[in-house]
Design a protein around this ligand. Structure first.
Ligand SMILES: [Zn+2]
Length: 267
């Protein structure tokens, strides 16, 4: 089996995780910029983090023969300090030319606040200006539907945004259809105790088809499983889906989306 981990926060993981992922068939890992578990206090903190994502982590991953790519942004959880957000966004272009940088992400909303929306719009503008792919985080639980609608409205309102170059991540049963119907890609995140489980993810694939959808584990510093994607292949096969079906969802789909960035050289 081969698969892509299109959304993994590897700076939080150990070398054992890299080894296990490669042994399970992982052909590439992509790491969106994320909240550190605490608010970074300065632009210098973000500069160090962007260097970690573009220099150190790909080198660590390469020791396990695993290609590592990343996405850059300021996380919506850190969007309340508008002055800091403005300075961090101004910093991003100097990193966009890095050989492992795929685009802008994971941007989006967390609590659906006015400041988060303002910073989301600035990120969209930045992505369009530099012709970057976009990866979007959608809020949790009761904020998800409203937040997803707000995000889709903002993306659809911008004439420079091409839906086929945007993936809306963390979709659930009540948001996946509107994301796909608007022409965007949808990411299903597999978490042990929230977001989607493997059976729920496969249910969604069976209902919504398997075009423009990828699966990810989002493995981060919280309760999460870096092998959630290959484990979901077991659920697919147990329900009678073919090896070709598994390969399309776990490998071919993410390769198709990510290859829109010419730097993505897997597949
Ligand atoms: Zn994430």
């Amino acid at each position: 089996m081969r698969y892509i981990e299109p959304h993994g926060h590897m700076v939080s993981r150990t070398t054992d995780d890299y080894q296990a992922m490669v042994m399970a068939g992982c052909a590439a890992v992509c790491e969106p910029a994320f909240w550190a578990g605490f608010d970074r206090g300065s632009v210098a903190g973000f500069r160090d983090y962007f260097r970690q994502l573009t220099e150190y982590e790909p080198a660590r991953s390469a020791k396990f023969l695993l290609p590592h790519y990343c996405w850059l942004c300021l996380n919506p959880k850190e969007a309340e300090d508008l002055a800091l957000a403005r300075d961090v966004l101004a910093l991003i272009p100097e990193f966009l030319g890095g050989p492992n940088v795929l685009g802008i992400g994971e941007i989006g909303l967390n609590r659906n606040t006015r400041n988060e929306l303002a910073v989301l719009e600035d990120h969209i503008e930045l992505a369009v200006k530099y012709d970057q792919l976009i990866l979007v985080h959608t809020p949790h639980l009761e904020d998800k539907l409203k937040g997803t609608n707000l995000i889709l409205d903002r993306l659809k309102a911008h004439r420079g945004v091409k839906p086929e170059r945007v993936i809306i991540d963390h979709v659930e049963e009540h948001t996946i259809r509107r994301v796909l119907d608007a022409g965007f890609w949808a990411g299903i995140t597999l978490y042990p105790d929230s977001k989607a489980s493997p059976p729920r993810a496969v249910d969604m694939l069976e209902v919504c088809g398997h075009e423009r959808i990828w699966l990810n584990s989002a493995c981060d510093w919280g309760v999460s499983d870096p092998l959630a994607v290959p484990k979901t292949a077991l659920e697919m096969r147990a329900r009678g889906h073919s090896a070709e079906f598994v390969d399309q969802v776990l490998y071919q789909n993410p390769v198709r989306f990510l290859s829109q960035c010419p730097k993505f050289l897997v597949g």
